[in-house]
Design a protein around this ligand. Structure first.
Ligand code: ADP
Ligand code: ADP
Length: 233
């Protein structure tokens, strides 16, 4: 059963005089264990699609089901709940909270979800170990390199075991060395079973994904399915 199923999904942004058609009749399934990379030129609709998949925005028409639930049937409060449970996000600019330590940043989504303190502690510890940042647990984001900050952001995104990790240009603010280390980490997480959907216009990193789709002028085309290959790292 797919985690994400999108059928004939369109998104228009109404404007004064002009309406922008950002997505046109998009069809896409993301299965458990997938590592999907969405590529394409600026303005092609990548961010719009990721926002819809991540339940931050709504489609204008079409079907979207996540873990078997049709999103259009849900109230705003239910959508927020599904988002918290099912989705982890990482962004180009890390979005860590500046006056909280690494540990506190990673712990925060568990607090929001009402996980008790005694249960939070081992989860935070485990995930910080996984991203190799436990020794920096008491540091503030400003004391870390960009690559380290992104690894903390990855830890925060996966600490609640979401069904899907969404990554929006995760290497966009990193030099190639730090970018490579973050991409290695994502590949390793995928091998551990984390399902990933990434947006990037950096074609260097296409080979890290199992599947690559191209989004051009709001239209999606599968350009390669490499899921039969072993992960490249
Ligand atoms: P990409 O991420 O591939 O660069 P976007 O999803 O950001 O593409 O944009 C797709 C199209 O939708 C573009 O024409 C963009 O101008 C338009 N668009 C995106 N967000 C909005 C918005 N909030 N209001 C109006 N138009 C938007
Ligand atoms: P206290 O009982 O004083 O709250 P905690 O174990 O919660 O003790 O630690 C206090 C703060 O130290 C936490 O809010 C967290 O930021 C940080 N912290 C907790 N455990 C660790 C750890 N194993 N490594 C690094 N920092 C930690």
């Amino acid at each position: 059963q797919p985690i994400i199923e999108i059928k004939n999904l369109s998104k228009v942004f109404p404007g004064e005089g002009v309406t922008t058609s950002a997505l046109e009749q998009v069809n896409l399934s993301i299965n458990q264990g997938d590592y999907l990379s969405i590529q394409g030129p600026s303005g092609g609709g990548k961010s719009t699609l990721l926002s819809i998949i991540g339940l931050l925005d709504k489609p204008s028409s079409g079907d979207y089901t996540i873990s078997g639930v049709e999103v259009s049937q849900l109230s705003q409060a239910q959508i927020a709940k599904v988002r918290n449970k099912e989705i982890g996000f990482i962004f180009q600019d890390f979005n860590l909270i500046g006056d909280m330590t690494v540990w506190q940043n990673v712990e925060l989504p568990l607090i929001y979800r009402g996980v008790k303190k005694a249960e939070r502690h081992p989860l935070v510890q485990q995930v910080l170990e996984k991203v190799n940042m436990l020794e920096h647990a008491r540091h503030l984001p400003t004391q870390l390199s960009g690559g380290q900050q992104q690894r903390v952001a990855v830890a925060r995104a996966i600490v609640g075991s979401p069904s899907l990790l969404l990554a929006d240009e995760p290497t966009g603010n990193l030099d190639s060395k730090n970018g490579d280390s973050v991409m290695q980490l994502l590949a390793e997480l995928n091998r551990d079973g984390v399902t990933i959907c990434m947006v990037t216009h950096d074609s260097r990193y296409a080979n890290f994904a199992k599947r690559v789709v191209q989004l051009v002028d709001g239209q999606l085309a599968e350009s390669s399915d490499q899921s039969h290959l072993a992960s490249v790292t």
